[in-house]
Design a protein around this ligand. Sequence first.
Ligand code: SF4
Ligand code: SF4
Length: 292
Amino acid sequence: MGRVATVNQIIPFSCVDGPGSRLVIFMQGCNFNCKNCHNPYTIDMCNSCGDCVATCPANALSLTHDPQGKPKVVWHSDNCTQCDICLATCPRQSSPKTRQYSVEQMLTLIRSQVFFINGITVSGGEATLQLPFIIELFQAIKSSDDLAHLSCMIDSNGYLSTNAWQQVMPYLDGAMIDLKSWQQETHHYITNRDNHRVFASLKLLAEQNKLYEIRLLHIPNVSDFDREIDAVAVYLSQLPASVRVKLNAFQHHGVTGEALNWPTCSEQQMQELAARLTERGVANLILPNVYL
Ligand code: SF4
Ligand code: SF4
């Protein structure tokens, strides 16, 4: 079947994951472990332990074995009621509801939507953990007469190495990068990773004119953009004028664990942060439409 990707979900049309109307591929697996993750079941890969199978009330899961005798959990989507009991059961922050797609299968799906979209976005989880698939997919799109007009974008936590970005750069139209916090300590506390590589990715993408959007999640009293407002504003002001600065407001939807004790971000708090950035010369700010 050639190169395959493990995919958690595909949304045929989205208008919030890059410019225009886009087909969005949410890959399974992430190299961050954010306390505030809204989709924690996308973080790890299923190891077919089978723990979730018996909990499914709709007989939508079964445990089989591959030709080598390894256990394999199979998801029968026709039976699935999307109750998500399996996600709550899983001890690994994973999901049995993933699918494997070859590049050819993904191209067929994209062709079925081609008249309705401006491009595709790979997201996650952390899409770049499956970079070889992304490169093959983007290459195929750019070399197909009927698909070459589609823009190819990556939504990422920015942890990809500079060398790896360079491999996908010839086929990449733009990237949306999350900056989860300004200071190392805060970033590490939230994500379990440092942000040196995030800043390196932002620099590289900006230099190559491929940084479409930087995303800042405001978590009052937890993320530090408000405490570090002067340094953050200087940094954002120096990005190319075309880069969108998207402010996201932390909410509890989908969150588990200690982050449920963190305060959510109100519209007023968001507007205060935006006003302080604007005062300091940051332009091109995008604020949330809803606060749920
Ligand atoms: S969401 Fe999970 S537990 Fe619920 S019906 Fe689907 S497979 Fe079964
Ligand atoms: S989704 Fe989780 S519980 Fe279910 S088989 Fe995979 S690792 Fe085990």
